[in-house]
Design a protein around this ligand. Structure first.
Ligand SMILES: [Zn+2]
Length: 244
């Protein structure tokens, strides 16, 4: 997971290497002439004496194409933009203030595969994670709530009793109780699952607490680690095939 690519804005001179969600082998490139930007109505009035280019707000849309010639997947993207400045030296080496458009994606369709979900991961866990990836750029709060859903499904898949029946009645138990009942062979993952729970709780339950993209990426990194351990464990060195 490339946190820089996921977090920072891009310019048309320096686009990001968004990895193709279909082949996973090559970056997407913006298709020439497909990029369209328009200034939003709220920033079109430039008559104020103190007006600065930094007040500009855009929306954009474009088509991306996978640079792998065997794939050539097409992905639509849209988002927002603004103007920022930096200092460049001109031909005479004199520093100049240069304004440049910066853009932030809100959507990709199909969505980016932010980390690889192991093939053996059951659909009940993978599906909410895919939903989370689709919401990542536009709604971090919803994206992290979907990670929480995936964690609950994961605990269920790990043969945990999501329902207990002390008096013959079925009643649900919460994620925290499920973690406490985790199979001892997964005991080393308890802290990681709890960390994801805390991240998700901040976003899904505490009103007024907004989830940042960093929070979601933290949850993704922890989730990726758990899924690798449970569904794609690395073979111990002693079991690795011998090479001649
Ligand atoms: Zn591709």
């Amino acid at each position: 997971m490339d946190r820089h690519v996921l977090k920072h804005s891009f310019t048309l001179r320096r686009t990001h290497d968004w990895m193709c969600p279909t082949c996973g082998k090559a970056p997407l490139r913006i298709r020439e002439d497909s990029f369209v930007k328009e200034e939003q109505s709220s920033s079109r009035d430039h008559s104020d004496e103190e007006w600065q280019p930094e007040w500009i707000r855009y929306v954009y849309s474009c088509m991306l194409v996978c640079s792998n010639v065997q794939c050539k997947e097409v992905v639509a993207s849209s988002g927002t933009g603004s103007v920022d400045w930096h200092v460049e030296e001109d031909m005479n080496g004199v520093p100049q203030q240069v304004h440049e458009d910066h853009f932030r994606p809100k959507f990709f369709q199909p969505h980016l595969q932010i980390f690889q979900i192991p093939e053996a991961c059951p659909c009940s866990v993978a599906k909410p994670l895919e939903n989370s990836f689709a919401l990542f750029f536009a709604a971090p709060d919803a994206a992290i709530a979907s990670v929480h859903t995936a964690m609950k499904a994961l605990l269920g898949e790990m043969m945990l009793p999501r329902f207990v029946a002390p008096s013959g009645e079925r009643r649900s138990i919460n994620l925290h109780q499920s973690i406490a009942l985790l199979d001892p062979k997964y005991a080393h993952l308890k802290d990681v699952i709890l960390a994801i729970k805390w991240l998700a709780d901040d976003g899904s339950q505490d009103e007024g607490v907004s989830v940042s993209i960093d929070d979601v990426m933290d949850a993704y990194e922890l989730t990726e680690k758990i899924l690798e351990e449970v569904y794609a464990p690395k073979l111990p060195t002693t079991l690795m095939p011998m090479t001649p």
